[in-house]
Design a binder for this molecule. Structure first.
Ligand SMILES: Cc1cc2nc3c(=O)[nH]c(=O)nc-3n(C[C@H](O)[C@H](O)[C@H](O)COP(=O)(O)OP(=O)(O)OC[C@H]3O[C@@H](n4cnc5c(N)ncnc54)[C@H](O)[C@@H]3O)c2cc1C
Length: 398
């Protein structure tokens, strides 16, 4: 293990992999450390990703795609179903990945480009000198050593501690952390090309339940509810078990996933002297869908591009790294995150009755685009009084 790199990346998920891959392609020395013994496992994700977003990074490969999704269904509390069909529409449906292989592929690409990769290697503390982050103390097989870097990229996911250790306030109210439970289920009758979303107080209060096809007779079936709502007997797992019993009693559970998903605004600042924060650690997760794979990749790539320029100029100060923070915030991704946060804050206040009314108002419509925006515009068109309730969203809705 070398003790000095241009870029040290903490975490081998999609955000970290893209940061290291981009840095290595730019000719920088880069290293990823991952605390788990294997990249990509265990999976803590429903594995859905948009097609266009994925293609920005890689051509889809059947080795790491479990299902090609062509339809989506949103099911309101009273069973009213809004069908979205890719044949007639754009592409916010996409693929269901096999993240065990997908994450490995990304890290493999980083390694092929020249990045070093160390698994079972955990960052235990930052190295901070004169207020500047200069790398991390890492633990590997019980031994500790220092890895110094011109820029350290915290890509340590939802449980991120690194940024906090560097003095950044990363506290998150419980109501903005989704508590999730998911089963990989086989032996069930499903539409193998559909992703379904169920809403309502009975299935997932202030959250949603998903059935994401994983193949002909398999699906990721999961529930996310705000951690603040999770109480004995009303945890995400309880809602999931009830749904499974009612809908898929024949299903065989071959994998369980429990984890958190932030649905907050992103961190107020994602850079410091010598430090950049990407992916879930920066909380760039879509507050409506809870999706963060693509945004982790976008921020990972963008961080490394800015870091490369800063290193070339011999200046890795906060000011020199700031174009990363400004860049993603003003990008389409950053604007969508802000808009969807506001939309989510409104939608979690809706009663089941109101959700049913809104769903019924757009039932049977042929959408020309499958996007949150398209759905929202149609809902507003059919329920103009909503505009009063959504006054604060007017600017972002355009
Ligand atoms: C139940 C569930 C379902 C989800 N479904 C979807 C979905 O369908 N679509 C979607 O887009 N997103 C989904 N997400 C979110 C998605 O999983 C994340 O947004 C995505 O993985 C973020 O990538 P990342 O690289 O930022 O972090 P991660 O993928 O979490 O990677 C971070 C890595 O850092 C490592 N690490 C942490 N601390 C250290 C340390 N101190 N030292 C070394 N390594 C460390 C971790 O072990 C981990 O491997 C879901 C999340 C959950 C919980």
């Amino acid at each position: 293990m070398k003790s000095e790199y241009d870029i040290l990346v903490i975490g081998g998920g999609p955000g970290g992999a893209l940061a290291a891959w981009t840095a290595a392609k730019a000719g920088l020395s880069a290293c990823i450390i991952e605390k788990r013994p294997a990249i990509g496992a265990p999976v803590r994700c429903a594995e859905g990703i948009g097609k266009e977003l994925l293609k920005e990074f890689m051509e889809p490969d059947p080795r790491w795609i479990s299902a090609d999704i062509q339809r989506a269904r949103i099911v309101a509390p009273d069973g009213t179903s809004i069908a979205l069909d890719e044949g007639r529409a754009g592409t916010e449906v996409g693929y269901v990945l096999d993240r065990k292989f997908f994450d490995r592929e990304l890290v493999w690409k980083a390694s092929e480009a020249g990045a070093d990769v160390f698994v079972k290697t955990r960052a235990v503390a930052p190295i901070i000198e004169e207020g500047r982050v200069c790398g991390a103390t890492v633990e590997f097989c019980g031994k500790r050593c220092a890895i110094r870097a011109k820029v350290t990229i915290a890509a340590d996911g939802v449980e991120s501690k690194f940024a906090r250790w560097c003095g950044i306030d990363t506290t998150l109210p419980l109501r903005e952390m989704m508590s999730c439970a998911q089963y990989l289920v086989t032996g069930i009758d499903i539409d193998p090309h559909s992703n379904d979303f169920y809403l309502g107080e009975e299935v997932a209060p202030q959250g949603y339940l998903w059935v994401f096809a994983k193949g002909e007779r398999s699906a990721n079936i999961g529930v996310g509810i705000p951690a603040s709502k999770s109480k004995p007997g009303m945890r995400a797992k309880d809602y999931l078990d009830r749904f499974m019993k009612e809908r898929y009693p024949e299903g065989r559970i071959i994998e369980c996933v429990f984890g958190g998903d932030p649905v907050s605004r992103p961190l107020p600042c994602t850079v410091a002297d010598g430090l950049m924060i990407v992916g879930d650690a920066a909380r760039v997760v879509d507050p409506i869908t809870g999706g963060g794979i693509g945004n982790a990749m976008i921020t990972g790539r963008m961080a490394a591009e800015v870091a490369a320029k800063a290193i070339a100029a011999g200046d890795a100060s906060k000011a020199a790294l700031m174009p990363y923070d400004e860049g993603w915030r003003s990008s389409k991704m950053g604007r969508t995150l802000e808009r969807n946060y506001r939309v989510k804050e409104y939608f979690i206040t809706l009663s089941d009755e109101k959700m049913n009314t809104l769903a019924r108002s757009i039932e049977g419509i042929n959408f020309s685009e499958i996007t949150v925006m398209a759905l929202l515009k149609e809902i507003i068109k059919r329920n103009p009084k909503l505009l009063l309730e959504l006054k604060h969203l007017k600017d972002s809705l355009g």
